[in-house]
Design a protein around this ligand. Sequence first.
Ligand SMILES: [Zn+2]
Length: 276
Amino acid sequence: MIELPEASTLARQICDELAGRRVAAVVAGAAPHKFAWYHGDPAGYAPLLEGEPLVSAAAHGGMVEVHTQRAVLLFQDGVNLRLHPAAGPVPGKHQLLLTFDDGSALSASVQMYGGLYAWDCRETFENPYYRTALEKPSPLEPEQFTEAYFMQLLSSPDVQKLSAKAALATEQRIPGLGNGVLQDILWKARLSPRHKISSLTVEETQALYVSLMSTLAEMSCLRGRDTEKDLYGIPGGYQTVMSAKNAGAPCPTCGSTIVKEAYMGGSVYTCLHCQQ
Ligand SMILES: [Zn+2]
C-alpha cells in the first residue's frame, strides 16, 4: 500500500512526465471491482476528462491528486498507478485508463480497495478522508510540520494513552503515515511500536520527531520504499530495514534477529534489542 513518500513520488513523476499531454480517451470501470469507488457514475468520466490537457499533480497524505484544466482526479492509497509507453501493452484489468494524445497511457487498478474519484473543479468534492489530508500539515514540509506541532499533537490526552503505533499511524493523525513507513521511523528512534506515548521522555520525543522527518524525507527523495513500485513499475530506491523483506535477518545495528509480530491489525517488524 502506498503511503506519503510513494504518493509524493507518483505526483512528481506524473507532473514531470504527463503535464501538457492531452487526454484522448478514458475508460472507467472496465474491470468490475466490489471495492473500487467512483464519484458518481464512472460513465461520466469520459465526457469530463476527454480533450483536457493534464496540468499538474500533487500528493495529499497517501493520495494522489491530478488536475486537468477543468477537472480533478483523486486516487486513494489502495490504487496502483502505472504509466505505459505509446508502443507498449496496457494491462487487461484496470478500473480507470487514460490514454493520451501521444499514445501513452496511465492505468489505475485497485488492489484490495480504493477510490478513483473525478469531478468538475467548480464542484466541491466532499470526502472526510480527503479533507483531513488537505487540512493537516505534511511531514514533507518542515516549515509547517514543526517540532512544536508534533509535541502538541502528542500532548493531547487522547494521544497520551496510546501506543506509538496507534498514535502515529492511525486515525489519520498524520495523513499518509501508515503502518508501512512507521517501522523504520520507530527503529531509527529506537522505540517499540508498543511504547506508551505518556512514558516518552522529552529526549525520546525529540528523537522520534527527527526520525519521522528525516526518514520520510529520505524515502520521498529516493522514490519511495523498495517494497512499493513507482509510476514506471520500478521499486523505490529506499532500502527498508524493518519490513517483510528483512524478517528473520540480522538488525544492521546490533545483529539481533528482526522479529515479525502481529500488532493492532497489521504486522510490525522490530529489533527487540534496539527497540526496548
Ligand atoms: Zn538492533
